[in-house]
Write a protein that binds this ligand. Structure first.
Ligand code: ADP
Length: 429
């Protein structure tokens, strides 16, 4: 350690571009950048830095804390902060719907408590501790989305965040490459249950429930098909979904600002967390009405008389099917699907794309498929249901879509993050 006297640290940062006076900087080594390369300029502003390689001549009056591994130091500090502030932590994982369920849960709990949550989807080994370091003294609960692409990821995040309540939204074919199959995905998500005293589980996902049978803590199940927290009289015909929320605290009609059956499930997950915190159906329903769509997740937009469903944040076989089912339900004159590759599916990727294409063909409701990327060409070949156009990237797809789209059409644009399908939006710049 290098430095003298006492310095009050006003915050923490890992980003040399946004560092502010009074903050402590963690120099992290990433795949593309090494935070140590910016130490000189950072120490002009920051109060100090945590480094694994100390600068040759640290400026006087600044702290330089030398550790073996700066990421481990960041994680330890985050865990310490979480413990010291004594908040309750809700951890949310699952293959699909984490961010949406997190935002809905935060909306629900905000009706009664001071809520902290991870910003955007800072949900991994670097982002989650960064989120925890933003905790404030007044916060009463932290709602944290936890992402995983390998066995042990959730366990590691839990060791930092020490969740009390765990939510698992579903088990799907995502990150198969890292987990080595669906059983691996399930095992990876269920690591959350090793840490929590209350588990909130999707009752409609029988495969998940089966895996959680040995869990000994309190379980609250939610689902459209059943569970202690459920939805009745679901209406998906408007621009937002509405349903009657049924749970121990009574019943209440909920009008969501977002559509989709999958969003009803996400809202039920959030309601179940509300129940765990003693909220009743009325309070939960009011809070859910204040929730607004998360950008890039099934956002409804208009374009020259056509409806665009912009769902470009991510994709895997499960979320593709949910989104395509919504496209068909919301179909205007024609249903057009602009689909980019589903990435990280491992050796079965081609087959999964083909299976999706076949399934789409069987729907007999999709009039045009614009297949973007090499994986989606397998879907295109298996589709057989309507007009097929091919593009190698999102920009090329935008050109095709602009020629294709007509007033009255409903268009779904979706693909994995790496495909950056926002580039296919007709008015994208
Ligand atoms: P995640 O954070 O897990 O990636 P998001 O909340 O960002 O999930 O949603 C990403 C996309 O996944 C949505 O736009 C939608 O297509 C799909 N999705 C959301 N919630 C669910 C769900 N509960 N089940 C299946 N698919 C979902």
């Amino acid at each position: 350690m290098h430095g003298k006297g006492e310095t009050a640290i006003r915050g923490y940062s890992t980003d040399s571009r946004t560092i502010r006076q009074g903050e402590l900087y963690f120099a992290l080594k990433g795949a593309r950048f090494d935070g140590h390369d910016f130490l000189g300029e950072v120490l002009n502003v920051a109060s100090g830095a945590v480094v694994s390689v100390p600068p040759v001549a640290p400026p006087s009056g600044k702290w330089v804390i030398h550790v073996n591994d700066t990421l481990v130091a960041l994680q330890s500090l985050a865990r310490h902060m979480r413990n010291r502030l004594g908040v309750k932590v809700v951890g949310i994982t699952g293959s699909n719907g984490k961010t949406t369920a997190k935002e809905m849960t935060a909306a629900v709990l905000s009706s009664a408590l001071k809520v902290h949550k991870n910003a955007g989807n800072l949900n991994n080994q670097i982002g989650l501790p960064q989120s925890l370091l933003k905790l404030e003294r007044a916060d009463e609960v932290s709602v944290l989305e936890m992402g995983a692409s390998h066995k042990g990821d959730i366990r590691q995040l839990c060791e930092i965040a020490l969740p009390n309540i765990g939510v698992i939204t579903n088990i799907g074919q995502a990150h198969l490459e890292g987990f080595g199959g669906l059983a691996g995905v399930r095992g990876g998500k269920l690591e959350l249950l090793e840490f929590v005293s209350t588990a909130i589980l999707n009752a409609d996902d029988k495969y998940m429930l089966q895996g959680a049978m040995a869990y000994k803590g309190r379980v609250i199940r939610y689902g459209i098909d059943g569970g202690e927290v459920t939805a009745r009289d679901i209406d998906l015909s408007g621009s937002g979904a509405s349903f009657t929320l049924v749970m121990a605290g009574g019943e209440a009609r909920v009008n969501l600002g977002v559509t989709g059956r999958f969003n009803v499930l996400n809202a039920l997950a959030a309601s179940a967390v509300g129940l765990a915190f003693g909220l009743d159906a009325q309070k939960v329903s009011l809070a859910l009405e204040g929730f607004r769509a998360v950008p890039m997740r099934f956002e409804r937009r208009e374009h020259q008389g056509a409806v665009l469903l912009v769902d470009v944040y991510n994709a895997n076989p499960g979320s593709m099917r949910e989104a395509l089912a919504e496209l068909v339900r919301l179909k205007g004159a024609r249903a057009v699907a602009v689909l980019g590759d589903m990435l990280e599916l491992g050796s079965t990727s081609d087959d999964m794309h083909a299976e999706l294409g076949r399934w789409m063909g069987e729907l007999k409701a999709i009039d045009c498929l614009i297949a973007v990327g090499p994986g989606m060409q397998h879907a295109a070949r298996a589709f057989g249901g309507g007009r097929v156009l091919s593009a190698s990237n999102a920009t090329e797809a935008r050109g095709l879509l602009k020629d294709e789209i007509k007033a009255g059409d409903t268009v779904l644009i979706k693909g994995s993050r790496g495909m950056a399908m926002e580039g296919a939006i007709p008015d994208a710049v």
